[in-house]
Write a protein that binds this ligand. Structure first.
Ligand code: ADP
Ligand code: MG
Length: 852
């Protein structure tokens, strides 16, 4: 582009725009942020604002649109929500002193991952990063810029990388420039659309932030991330906490699909929190507690002593109702310390925020006291360790007025008595108001005009106002006219102006001084950010623990115990969320027993009987136990699971709308690949997405595979009744079913889980209850008998094809050839073809054996 054909300002614009080709450049022009060229075309559409044009030099009009400076935040948020980036370009010198075009610079980049939102947000906003090491290994990291917390890890596969980034719901991902398009595509498939590349990868300069990390590999992801944030933010980031290292394998792993199936953090229908496990468990009082709770739900533990520690604390809090209730009340007055600390670092903290900080800190001694009332050494220890930052609270209390406004613009937030100098100015300005009142009295008596009054406005300052009716009585050459209104005249006098100068000067100085004091206080708070963050962490944990205790008591949960022999024994268990939605008394509790000899359960039962609910209930109880919460049951003895997999048959997977059988198979593969004998697998109607025999064969093959090779605890629901026979062959597989019954001519779902397979003629029975024509019912029964007989006859054939060939009949070569010739290959499913081939191979083997 030939710059010279533009005005100097447009040339400046184009130079700056070239620095940020992938962001909207908000170019400050007076009271507006303007956008030009393509930015303007795109922004006018996205933001629904008017597109105008600006005259370039002599040539065509340049597309332009703009948003007012004071309402820009809302527009920026809209663009960020849509996954765009915004570069804020400000005037960096006073236009009055500018020679030529006013200097401008990008002062901040706002991107989906770095946008810092409102203070009481109960969600984390993570920015993620990944750097490929060797093979499929990645150095990964994530950071919440508003709270300053960050984590880093090395994961062993691309699968895990994607899993982690979906788990934290990364708003934006930072990758090295060398990253493959294929990987970017995979992020996009998972809904992470905002991806930024960093040209040069190097280790981060601030080693203290990385000092908790072991080895160089784990530092690479977080380095990239920190480079990116310091580059784009161009502002103080003093609140960044030391990056913590974590191991994916230290937590119960639940892949994103399973997390969705189990509705851990959001419901399956709308994706909202309501109806999820988090929704049920979140009785936290503070915003930081709420965020902490979500992260505990997403990452249940696998270290038994850590789990037991949490359970112990929950138990004590549960058993001390009154102490817990007053603790909850105290927490009510604790604001979001983490985000307040962030604002201090950004320099965006307001006087009112500091009052909130003070009030929060002032609660802490009471919180500590309350915790110590409960006879539990763990709680007492936590209370003892809490640093209430009393010095800070005292400073804030002395300096900042409780009624402080949200801006520092007009002063009025530093307490009287904090600064002698400030008090003097304040006196002057307060006295000034008295002087004015006295002057008003004096002028009234001099002029004899009783309605004379002294007023103030921004343009003329102080003035004396006299109504038109009284003007005739005014005869005083001290009075100088300043303004004429419809029914009054406004004057000034030398004395009035003199007082005005004194008053305004005092006010101005006092505002200035207040602002100075504010900076000093803020700097002081800034030094203490790590202490505030530590306290925030301790309080948020207490908040989560009390929340678990609160819910556990209210819903009559019990403390789970962990089995040394890896057995699972849940007595009268309930599905926590359905139970809550339904009303506690309507939910039918069910028990479940599994151990080494009984590691797989095949669940049959009619539609809507409660198979899926039962399976999820087992998983949810396990997840809750491992995050340290009590569980909905009368008794629960559980193994510590390492991973949980849930696969939902394609036909049941209403959410994703992906009715493709392929997705189901890929998910099954994922489970089969990663499950261990310490895992829990839920296969819900798998194989349903394809034709009957095909699906059934697959279902059986999967069951056999898990039974023989994986030995994970597995719940397998199916509507293929034929599969119930399997229990005679697979010794660790047992049948259970969900019972339904007939009552007064109606089907009643008892939702009761019982041993053994379900009754098979159930469908016809239901049809009968629905009063279908008797002749039709008779015919159905007839057909059923026929099919059964046919099946029995064909049983040997079918079993042979699939499982154990025990063919006794002699085989002759021409018959086999004929059989091959008659195969209708085009009509066969791959599975059928495999079976056929297998059969033929066996026959060939026999022929060869006989011919010897
Ligand atoms: P299936 O998977 O067998 O088709 P679901 O598990 O989807 O059945 O359950 C169907 C409905 O039955 C659920 O939406 C729930 O309202 C109800 N239900 C399931 N289990 C129970 C139970 N134990 N007690 C009460 N109602 C239940
Ligand atoms: Mg179901």
């Amino acid at each position: 582009m030939v710059l010279t054909k533009y005005t100097p300002m447009m040339q400046q614009y184009l130079r700056i725009k070239a620095e940020v080709p992938d962001a909207f450049l908000f170019f400050r022009l007076g009271d507006f942020y303007e956008m030009f060229f393509d930015d303007a075309l795109k922004a006018s559409k996205e933001l629904e604002i008017t597109l105008t044009a600006r005259g370039g030099n002599k040539e065509d009009k340049i597309p332009m649109c703009g948003v007012p400076y004071h309402s820009a935040a809302a527009y920026i948020e809209k663009l960020i929500d849509k996954g765009y980036k915004v570069a804020l370009c400000e005037q960096t010198e006073d236009p009055k002193h500018a020679k030529g075009v006013v200097k401008r610079e990008i002062v901040q980049m706002i991107t989906p991952g770095t946008a810092v939102t409102t203070v009481n947000d109960r969600e984390n906003h993570f920015l993620g990063s990944a750097v490929q090491l060797n093979g499929e290994r990645y150095s990964i990291a994530y950071l919440d810029l508003s709270t300053g917390e960050s984590k880093a890890s090395v994961v062993e596969s691309e699968d895990l990388l994607l899993q982690e980034m979906s788990l934290i719901k990364a708003k934006e991902i930072i990758l090295p420039a060398s990253v493959s398009e294929k990987l970017i595509g995979k992020f996009r498939d998972r809904g992470i659309t905002s991806i930024s590349k960093v040209e040069q990868e190097e280790l981060f300069f601030d080693e203290t932030l990385l000092s908790l990390l072991e080895g160089e590999e784990v530092k690479r992801g977080i380095s990239l991330l920190l480079h990116y944030t310091t580059d784009t933010q161009k502002r103080a980031l003093d609140h960044l906490q030391q990056t913590e290292q974590y191991e994916v394998s230290a937590y119960l792993q639940i892949d994103p699909n399973s997390k969705r199936n189990l509705e851990l953090t959001e419901n399956n229908r709308s994706g909202a929190k309501k109806g999820s496990l988090v929704w049920l468990l979140d009785e936290t009082v503070t915003a930081m507690g709420s965020r902490q709770l979500k992260s505990w739900v997403e990452r249940p533990l696998i270290n038994q002593s850590d789990i037991k520690e949490r359970l112990g604390l929950v138990e004590s809090l549960k058993n001390h109702f009154f102490e817990r209730e007053s603790l909850r009340e105290l927490l009510q007055n604790v604001y979001d310390l983490e985000r307040l600390a962030g604002r201090v670092a950004f320099g965006s903290i307001s006087p009112r925020d500091l009052v909130q900080l003070k009030k929060s800190l002032q609660q802490v001694p009471f919180i500590k006291e309350q915790l110590k009332e409960i006879p539990d050494n763990g709680l007492i220890k936590r209370a003892d360790e809490m640093d209430a930052c009393i010095d800070l609270a005292d400073l804030l209390d002395a300096a900042i007025d409780d009624q402080a406004p949200i801006t520092i613009k007009d002063g009025n937030f530093i307490k009287d008595g904090y600064s002698e100098e400030l008090d003097q100015y304040k006196d002057a300005s307060r006295n000034g108001k008295k002087w004015i009142a006295e002057l008003e009295q004096k002028e009234r008596s001099i002029t004899g005009i009783k309605s004379l009054k002294i007023g103030y406005n921004r343009i003329f300052g102080y003035y004396i106002e006299i109504t038109k009716a009284n003007l005739t009585s005014l005869n005083d050459d001290r009075y100088e006219r300043r303004q004429t209104l419809a029914n009054a005249e406004r004057y000034i006098t030398p004395e009035l102006k003199e007082k005005e100068t004194l008053i305004l000067e005092a006010e101005e100085k006092s505002v200035e001084l207040e602002q100075q004091i504010f900076q000093v206080v803020r700097e002081h708070v800034k030094q203490e950010i790590p202490r505030i963050q530590q306290l925030a962490k301790e309080i948020s944990e207490i908040d989560v623990l009390q929340s678990f205790a609160f819910v556990s008591e209210k819903r009559h949960y019990v403390k789970p115990v962990f089995s040394k022999t890896k057995q699972l024994d849940i007595q009268e268990g309930r599905h926590p969320v359905i139970e809550k939605v339904m009303n506690m008394n309507e939910y039918v509790p069910n028990s479940c027993k599994m151990d080494k000899e009984r590691s797989m359960l095949l669940i049959t039962g009619p539609n809507m009987s409660g198979k899926s609910t039962f399976m999820r209930q087992i998983a949810l109880i396990s997840v809750m136990a491992q995050m340290g919460c009590f569980v909905p049951a009368d008794y629960a003895e559980l193994p510590v699971f390492d991973r949980i997999f849930t696969r939902i048959g394609a036909a049941d997977d209403l959410v994703s709308g992906q009715s493709t059988f392929m997705v189901e198979m890929l998910e099954a593969k994922h489970a089969l690949e990663h499950a261990t004998d310490n895992s829990l697998i839920l296969f819900d109607e798998i194989g349903r997405g394809t034709s009957t025999y095909d699906g059934m064969s697959l279902a059986q093959a999967i069951i056999e595979y898990v039974h023989d090779s994986i030995k994970a605890k597995t719940l397998f629901s199916t509507h293929y009744h034929e599969l119930v026979e399997l229990s005679s062959k697979l010794k660790r597989l047992k049948n259970i079913h969900v019972a339904a019954a007939e009552q007064d001519g109606k089907v009643v779902f008892l939702h009761k889980v019982k041993e053994g397979p379900a009754d098979k003629s159930y469908g016809i029975h239901v049809a009968e209850l629905a009063e279908l024509p008797p002749s039709l019912i008779n015919r159905a029964n007839e057909l059923l008998t026929l099919f059964e007989a046919e099946k029995e006859a064909g049983e040997s054939r079918e079993q042979m094809t699939l499982f154990d060939i025990t063919e006794k009949t002699a085989v002759d070569e021409s018959a086999v050839l004929k059989e091959i010739q008659e195969l209708n290959v085009l009509e066969m499913t791959p599975m059928e073809a495999m079976n056929e081939l297998y059969k033929l191979q066996k026959k060939a083997g026999k022929l060869l054996a006989e011919s010897k």
